[in-house]
Design a protein around this ligand. Structure first.
Ligand code: HAM
Length: 478
């Protein structure tokens, strides 16, 4: 197959049969992030290359081997973002957000690009949901962020995913650790790969996450950072753990987690889904207390995490969680003859304006082919307009599941369809709740619910009338 009809290796097309799943998980993610006070930030797909070499670190695999870097027509070195943190820090600094009330909390959903060996769960273009928090050095912030990541995973029905944490200390306590690493790896010099020889001189900690199997084997027995933490870093790590325990967040300390990017300090963590193959880390993050200053800002503690959407989807699918597909077509309005076809087009537009997902023929098909198409798209009801219907203004709505027929007219079609659909399918209380929230706002809905459940509230107004209210009450008790 030629390049015109084949996507680049390591990329994915998200087709309509899948894209609703992306939308569903993205809306859950942003919903939880906003509940924790994070607001969305959007930043460019490419940055000046130095944004990444400086922050991610020029001895990392990401910078040395994986970046999509090119010269633009103005001879500037440009790089497609391999992750979201560096661009976020650049944007926060450039737009002065770090001079505003702290902490600053932002989240993003963004594509990222790494030239990696493509395999299941490892792509060259992938997508990250990331959260970044600026201004707090307190262990409570570490706990808040981990709790946020865990809540997102919980809402995606991934509460069985494991949390591993570690502390990689501050530049001060890392000095003695670097010396210990230097001594250890020098003793294994012959077995290390070319890149790691270079790393040994510049940044021996990077050898710990080299993907070369021989280096990885040697790294297994290397000295561990946890034995070299200074008193402050040790106290910070203990406090983070205490918070996690008090918040009932299960974790294990894994002293081998060092993360593949240079900017990390102190707490680092990963969430791992054991059942999704070799690429099992669905979320990674930690503190980066030195990065804002390194990028030209004043010293400011910061921390964050990112989750890979593709890996999350694999984990969700492997657990058999079925995300509700979008509402199927509610009415297919078939037609016979030119005048009826024109009427169907206009009526369909009216139905759509009233919020009904309706379809009519735009292919010039005969009635049989139209009905076949209606069946294919799973239309819940159908109606046919022919000469007779045109003359009388009346038509029949057929329920495609039960075969029931309901009489209707051109003028009342919208109301009759709503009636027809709501009789056949009692509405899901969750949907009603969501609809109310959109219309009224969460606060008013909550007050309304607590009022109906017997709580005392004052000043409630504009309360809607709702069918199926008992179900709604049950939902709120859940
Ligand atoms: P990272 O561990 O490099 O951290 O990536 C975060 C997540 O992105 C991984 O846990 C994984 O789920 C997903 N991911 C990474 N590479 C790929 C790939 N090639 N294909 C598919 N998914 C992938 C960061 O990027 C940091 N910026 C996270 C962070 C934010 N730390 C602090 N703030």
């Amino acid at each position: 197959m030629g390049v015109l009809s084949k996507r680049p290796k390591g990329t994915k097309d998200v087709l309509p049969a899948e894209s609703y799943k992306w939308k569903a998980i993205e809306s859950r993610m942003s919903g939880v992030a906003e509940l924790f006070g994070f607001r969305e930030i959007r930043f460019p797909t490419f940055e000046h290359t130095e944004v990444f070499t400086r922050s991610v670190g020029d001895t990392t695999d990401v910078v040395q081997k994986e970046m999509y870097t090119f010269k633009d027509k103005g001879d500037r070195s440009i790089t497609l973002k391999p992750e979201g943190t560096a661009g976020t820090v650049r944007a926060m600094l450039e737009n002065g957000l770090l001079n505003e009330a702290l902490p600053q909390k932002v989240y993003y959903i963004t594509p990222a690009f790494r030239y990696e060996k493509a395999q299941a769960g490892r792509l060259r273009e992938f997508h990250q949901f990331g959260c970044e928090m600026f201004g707090s050095a307190d262990p409570a912030a570490d706990a808040e962020l981990i709790c946020l990541a865990q809540s997102v995973l919980g809402l995606l029905n991934l509460d069985d995913v494991r949390l591993e944490i570690n502390s990689i200390g501050c530049p001060e306590c890392r000095k003695s650790y670097q010396e210990a690493l230097l001594a250890y790896f020098n003793a294994h010099l012959d077995a290390l790969c070319e890149t790691c020889h270079d790393r040994l001189r510049k940044n021996p900690m990077r050898i710990l996450d080299c993907k070369n199997p021989e280096c990885a084997e040697i790294a297994k027995s290397a000295p561990q950072i946890t034995h070299y933490l200074c008193a402050d870093c040790q106290a910070h790590f203990e406090r983070v753990q205490r918070y996690l325990q008090e918040m009932d967040i299960a974790y294990t300390v894994n002293p081998t987690i060092v993360r593949g990017l240079d900017y990390y300090t102190r707490t680092v963590f990963e969430f791992i889904a054991d059942d999704i193959g070799a690429q099992s880390t669905v979320c990674g993050g930690g503190r980066y207390d030195g990065l804002v200053e390194l990028m030209g800002g004043k010293p400011m503690p910061a921390l964050g995490f990112a989750m890979g959407l593709e890996r999350l989807l694999i984990a969700i699918e492997s657990r058999g969680w079925k995300i509700d597909p979008p509402t199927p077509c509610q009415l297919y309005l078939a037609s016979v003859g030119e005048a009826a076809a024109a009427k169907a087009v206009v009526l369909t537009a009216d139905l759509r304006r009233s919020g009904i997902y309706a379809e009519c023929d735009t292919m010039g098909r005969g009635l049989k082919a139209q009905m076949k198409y209606a069946d294919k798209i799973g239309a819940k009801t159908t109606a046919v307009i022919g000469d007779e219907e045109l003359a009388s203004g009346q038509l029949k709505i057929k329920d495609m599941k039960t075969g029931d027929i309901t009489s209707s007219t051109f003028d009342t079609l919208c109301d009759d369809i709503w009636e027809c659909l709501s009789q056949k399918e009692p509405r899901n209380p969750r949907e009603i709740r969501e609809e109310m929230t959109n219309d009224l706002g969460e606060e008013l809905v909550q007050r309304f619910m607590s009022h109906m459940l017997g709580g005392k509230i004052s000043g409630t107004r504009n309360m809607p009338e709702i069918d199926g209210f008992d179900d709604l009450k049950d939902l709120d008790k859940e």
